[in-house]
Design a protein around this ligand. Structure first.
Ligand SMILES: Cc1cc2nc3c(=O)[nH]c(=O)nc-3n(C[C@H](O)[C@H](O)[C@H](O)COP(=O)(O)OP(=O)(O)OC[C@H]3O[C@@H](n4cnc5c(N)ncnc54)[C@H](O)[C@@H]3O)c2cc1C
Length: 445
């Protein structure tokens, strides 16, 4: 039997993985269930369909997603080829004609002789895992996305364990530590339990609390899809819904001030917003209990009213939506391999990366590493100084309740030298791109 890379899902991640593997001469079998079976959000039979916005976000290198895209170009990404060929005017963003974009990718993958496309829903992954399918060094990439079909999801739940496969993403916003104002905020744990550094607290007086609550209730919310309304999520209400239930519900819920004394005033505040450490390096913090349906613009406006967060940099906005993903910190290696079966790799939103570009980037890593396995060589860990490496590192080492993550500069290790704050992003971006160039050269990619 020929050594083969099996890929489930021809979305952003699966398409990029198939391309990276095929261009390295691997034999690829790509399963895509559409159009025979559609997801609740996809509308076409085309590969890498953009289910919502047609934007791949910021184009410039002062933004981490711009750097991630540039790294992908360095690695001859198919998703970036398609995006650059089909872009439409969008100011500082890279937006595409969604039909041409998907058509470009579909056509390219269909035209490669070493890719076989099977339009079938995969309902039984045991046939890959327990049989001759995964002969030594053949491998399987699971890239079935946030709307993985129910039957496959049941399989994955068995493979990863009930408590490591999630169907719903209720994430609170995440901010960079350096953008929090410690002239107002203070570090402390309730009743001094768990160490001084465990939480960052943003204190509010009564007026600030009431104004904030009012803004929260009246802020603009995102549109919820019909298939998401069906989801009942006990004990995880949006912060704005908690706020709307009564004047004090926040103050007796996620914003309770008990056990906290503000060292700036020596008083217990009227209410407190707490932030908890989100990554191992302690550069990112999430707003505890602030899962939300507010639009991204409203999150910027309303959360900047919190004392200490007026200039806070949000690197990941709060969301509440249907999303299948696995507990990557527990299950995956930064090579995208499953720890318990290294011939199985995961890619895309399923791994806990968030966004079109991040999904494609993780597919790129998985595609390259699946070929390494085929060739009996060691799969690659991308350098942590690159956006690819930093993202892979985050999803496999995150410490707080694991929630999907967009790429951002807070994931990269600090610069080895001091620079003015305004130059930091350009230096991080320069280091990332240099590091990727060197990596490509040294690994002969
Ligand atoms: C409703 C919604 C809106 C979103 N909007 C945005 C946005 O505007 N911007 C953004 O950056 N990100 C957005 N995302 C997040 C995410 O980036 C995208 O969903 C992205 O497409 C994920 O890439 P992926 O390759 O992991 O999954 P997908 O692109 O969804 O690809 C997975 C593929 O697997 C196929 N599949 C599923 N199950 C099976 C099976 N059993 N057998 C065979 N094939 C299967 C699917 O048909 C699909 O083609 C959104 C997500 C959702 C759910």
């Amino acid at each position: 039997m020929t050594k083969t890379i099996y890929i489930i899902g021809a979305g952003l991640a699966g398409s990029e993985a198939a391309w990276q593997a095929a261009k390295r001469s691997a034999n690829v079998i790509l399963y895509e269930m559409r159009p025979n079976k559609m997801t609740p959000a996809h509308k076409t039979s085309k590969f890498a369909e953009l289910v919502c916005s047609n934007s791949l976000r910021a184009a410039g290198l002062e933004n981490a997603v711009g750097v991630l895209k540039e790294e992908m170009r360095q690695l001859d990404s198919l998703i970036m080829q398609a995006a650059d060929a089909t872009k439409v005017p969008a100011g500082g963003a890279l937006a595409v004609d969604r039909n041409d974009f998907s058509e470009y990718i579909t056509h390219k993958l269909q035209s490669l002789a070493n890719i076989t496309i099977i339009n079938e829903e995969v309902t039984d992954i045991d046939k890959f895992i327990n049989s001759t399918f995964l002969i030594p060094n053949s491998s399987l990439i699971i890239a079935s996305g946030p709307l993985t079909s129910d039957r496959l999801a049941e399989n994955l739940k068995r493979l990863t364990g009930d408590d490591s496969f999630y169907f719903y993403d209720a994430a609170a916003p995440i901010m960079t530590l350096e953008s929090i104002d410690f002239n107002i905020a203070f570090r402390a744990s309730r009743y001094d339990k768990g160490g001084d550094d465990a939480y960052i607290n943003c204190p509010m007086n009564r007026d600030e609390y009431l104004t904030f609550r009012e803004a929260l209730i009246n802020a603009e919310k995102t549109h919820t899809h019909d298939f998401e309304r069906e989801i009942f999520f006990e004990g995880c209400l949006p912060i704005e819904v908690i706020a709307s239930r009564g004047e004090d519900t926040l103050r007796f819920g996620p914003m309770k001030p008990v056990g906290l004394v503000n060292p700036h005033t020596n008083e217990t505040p009227y209410a407190v917003v707490q932030l908890r450490q989100d990554n191992k390096d302690g550069t990112l913090f999430n707003l505890v209990g602030f899962q939300t349906h507010l639009t991204f613009g409203e999150q910027r406006r309303v959360f900047s009213m919190i004392p200490g967060l007026s200039n806070a940099e949000i690197v990941r906005y709060g969301v509440m939506h249907r999303n299948s993903y696995i507990n990557s910190p527990r299950l995956l290696k930064p090579t995208m391999q499953l720890k318990s079966n290294e011939n199985i790799l995961f890619a895309g939103q399923m791994t806990g990366v968030e966004g079109y570009v991040e999904s494609a980037a993780s597919g790129l890593i998985a595609g390259i590493n699946a070929v390494k396995l085929l060739n009996d060589s060691e799969p690659l860990i991308f350098p942590i100084q690159t956006c690819h490496g930093a993202l892979a590192n985050y999803i496999t080492t995150a410490v707080a309740d694991f929630q999907p993550m967009n790429v951002n500069f807070g994931l990269l290790p600090p610069l080895e030298y001091r620079v003015k704050r305004r130059d930091k992003k350009s230096k991080l971006s320069e280091r990332a791109l240099n590091s990727m160039s060197q990596f490509i050269q040294s690994e002969n990619l």
